[in-house]
Design a protein around this ligand. Structure first.
Ligand code: G6P
Length: 372
């Protein structure tokens, strides 16, 4: 009903708008008075966590993209090697697992069978399992040794939006938790990160407030045959998520690439008028990568691409090369997906609506896939 949709014509629009609140809820109360990160369930000892020497992340779809972002944070903060794998591939390749391996399973529903089977395989091999999940008491958290719940509330739109933001925040918290458990980061450092994280809901709200022109842009591109997405560092998984949203919702061909890989193949796809969306790294935090991505924008534009540039406020270097410039608030690199994802969600949603499609119930897709 209209009331359930909170006055929005689609649940997806409502769920996009709820993101500042769900992010704040997921982050609430995560720092104990003695400065420790608080999970929701912990059936492992501090020693078990200290002994972890390798991390695998398993997930499907949008949750897999959250996992790709987590890898950057986990390796940076914990200095543990971390691999991310689509759950459907994990157990069939005989991964090297033992009791000092932590497998992080990310699943909104907690019922995705591919992810559940990856968890079961990991446990059979004695690995420890930590679940990031949005559904209390669902199967994956019940099969896990530790759980951090995202508190996004029920998500009705088949294509994940608010739960992706919740997953990214949860991944950052797990990264801090592990760094603390290993003694790599201390209470005050962790506290400072959490404090910065807690400012993100306001920045997400600001991003939602300035995203209007993206709608008009999306409508103007509803006839495009393909859309390419480029990013680097954490902007790369964001590019993948932007492309996935467009496939799911608008049934358009879309691909995400690491911008550095452009010259090794994808640039051959660029011809007159092809829209290329570029997620630009911060010029402050990642100056070297920023300059390389600016060169990539010039390269595709010289070949006729219509460039849609997502860049931090105050980044003037991108201006001459952006046919369309979408601003997001400045953040530290690891937190930036929480804002750069927003315009891509709105872009895909609006483009699908312009094509006359039902964004809550895309064809052939299921909210939760309980078959392998
Ligand atoms: C389905 C949904 C996706 C979701 C994926 C993983 O394919 O359509 O939106 O990302 O499952 O779901 P999960 O519940 O495990 O996060």
């Amino acid at each position: 009903s209209a009331a359930e949709k909170g006055g929005y014509p689609y649940f997806m629009l409502k769920e996009i708008s709820e993101q500042p609140a769900v992010l704040a809820d997921t982050l609430r109360g995560r720092l104990s008075p003695d400065g420790a990160i608080v999970l929701d369930e912990e059936r492992l000892s501090g020693e078990d966590f200290r002994d972890i020497d390798k991390v695998f992340i398993v997930a499907c779809g949008t949750a897999y993209h959250a996992g790709l972002i987590a890898k950057y944070a986990i390796e940076h903060w914990t200095r543990l090697p971390c691999e991310v794998e689509m759950a459907s591939e994990f157990r069939y390749r005989d991964p090297v697992l033992d009791r000092s391996t932590l497998v992080i399973a990310i699943s909104q529903s907690g019922e995705t069978l591919d992810t559940l089977m990856a968890v079961k395989h990991a446990r059979e091999q004695k690995a420890r399992v930590l679940a990031i999940c949005n559904t209390n008491g669902s199967t994956i958290p019940r099969e896990s040794d530790a759980v951090l719940y995202t508190r996004c509330g029920p998500e009705v739109g088949v294509a994940a939006t608010k739960t992706f933001l919740g997953q990214v925040a949860a991944c950052l918290l797990v990264g801090l938790f592990l760094a603390q458990a290993r003694g790599v980061l201390y209470g005050d450092e962790v506290g400072a990160y959490v404090e910065k994280l807690q400012k993100m809901p306001d920045l997400v709200a600001r991003t939602l407030g300035t995203v209007g022109p993206v709608r008009e842009l999306a409508r103007s591109l509803s006839g495009a045959r393909t859309v390419l997405f480029l990013g680097r560092h954490v902007g790369y998984p964001v590019a993948l998520e932007g492309a996935l949203k467009l496939k799911e919702l608008a049934y358009m061909h879309a691909e995400g690439f690491p911008a550095g890989e452009l010259k090794h193949g994808p640039i051959a796809l660029v011809e007159q008028g092809v829209p290329v969306v570029v997620v630009v790294p911060s010029p402050r935090g990642r100056a070297v990568l920023h300059d390389k991505v600016v060169s990539n924008i010039q390269e595709v534009r010289a070949r006729g691409a219509r460039t849609i540039v997502i860049a931090e406020e105050g980044d003037h270097l991108v201006e001459p090369f952006a046919d369309h410039l979408i601003r997001v608030p400045a953040t530290s690199s690891l937190f930036s997906p929480l804002v750069t994802t927003i315009p891509l969600q709105v872009f895909a949603c609006e483009l699908a609506l312009a094509r006359g499609l039902d964004v809550d119930q895309p064809r052939n897709l299921a909210k939760s896939v309980t078959v392998e």
